[in-house]
Design a protein around this ligand. Structure first.
Ligand code: ADP
Ligand code: MG
Length: 293
């Protein structure tokens, strides 16, 4: 289902197009539908959480946006922050194991972000070094720029991977489980860093995680995936017993305890489908515009 206004900026004549418009996206892998009519928009400078249990299709969705996976139907539209071109994407993949002895310094990895899609002559080395230093500085990684990446802590590695992803000034930043295996403090730091980059640079950010809690303080919207379906809107619109039960096709309890959200899905066969079109959405300003089951 998609709630009115999900990812839309205030509609007036001067509002730029969303940086990303995902419309009715369906993706099959190995003969199974993994994403079923997924729809949402991302506005410039916003932070969206891509939330769902393991196997929900988060990585598949990010790879489809990147063009690594082909959609069966639906559309993806990318626009630059000023609405005049095609958005450039920065990507932080799901954590990779970096060997402690691999002879690659943090600054070397960040510099690789400048290559890839560059055509023609390489950048002059002074210019290149300045861009790498700037990216390292922007993510608070300057002090370990010359250390081997495999010897950095999880939080430090994430900073370096984010610097690698933002060095070419993307319009859209996709992060796949950047909080996995981080301690609580690093988790906060990475969330704050992503939010600061989004706000300061106008980057639309999509952060996948299976736990909604670390993002509660910074998220403008949530794109919730379960069983291939999506629900999109503000947290208080989407992360509710009613909406998640409809999405999972079974009873899901959403509890709020000391400012944290606990989502608990009952085991067992799916419940009869809920008619989400008539569903009451607490906190929603508008009834659902469009509902998919
Ligand atoms: N190449 C593939 N071929 C077949 N099935 C796949 C492939 N990649 C992922 N899947 C399946 O798609 C579903 C979604 O996977 P994924 O996108 O990795 O979920 P998440 O990132 O939310 O954990 C899973 O059931 C997974 O087994
Ligand atoms: Mg994944």
């Amino acid at each position: 289902m998609s709630l009115n206004g999900c990812g839309q900026q205030v509609l007036n004549g001067s509002a730029p197009a969303p940086v990303l418009e995902v419309t009715d996206l369906t993706v099959s892998l190995g003969g199974r539908i993994v994403l079923d009519n997924v729809a949402f928009n991302l506005a410039r400078g916003s932070v969206a959480g891509l939330i769902g249990p393991n196997g929900a299709g988060k990585t598949t969705l990010l790879k489809t946006i990147l063009g690594f996976v082909t959609a069966q139907s639906g559309s993806l539209k990318r626009s630059t922050r000023d609405g005049r071109g095609t958005a450039r994407i920065g990507y932080v993949p799901q954590k990779i194991d970096l060997d402690a002895d691999m002879p690659l310094r943090a600054r070397d990895l960040v510099g690789l972000g400048l290559d890839g899609s560059r055509l023609g002559f390489p950048l002059p080395s002074r210019k290149r070094r300045a861009l790498v230093d700037e990216a390292l500085e922007a993510v608070g990684a300057a002090q370990f720029a010359d250390k081997r990446v495999g010897r950095l802590s999880g939080g430090e590695q994430q900073r370096v991977l984010i610097a690698h992803a933002v060095i070419r000034q993307p319009d859209l930043l996709l992060l796949d489980e950047p909080l996995a295996n981080l301690d609580l403090r690093s988790e906060h730091e990475i969330v704050d860093l992503v939010a600061a980059l989004a706000r300061r640079r106008g980057i639309a950010s999509l952060v996948s995680t299976h736990d909604v809690n670390p993002l509660l303080g910074v998220m403008d919207q949530v794109v919730y995936l379960a069983a291939g379906k999506s629900a999109c809107g503000r947290v208080d619109e989407v992360v509710t017993t009613e909406v998640l039960s409809a999405l999972y096709g079974r009873q899901v309890d959403v509890l709020r305890v000391h400012g944290r959200v606990v989502v608990s899905a009952a085991p067992g066969p799916p419940l009869p489908l809920v008619d989400a079109a008539t569903m009451h959405l607490p906190g929603a300003e508008h009834p659902p515009e469009r509902v998919k089951r």
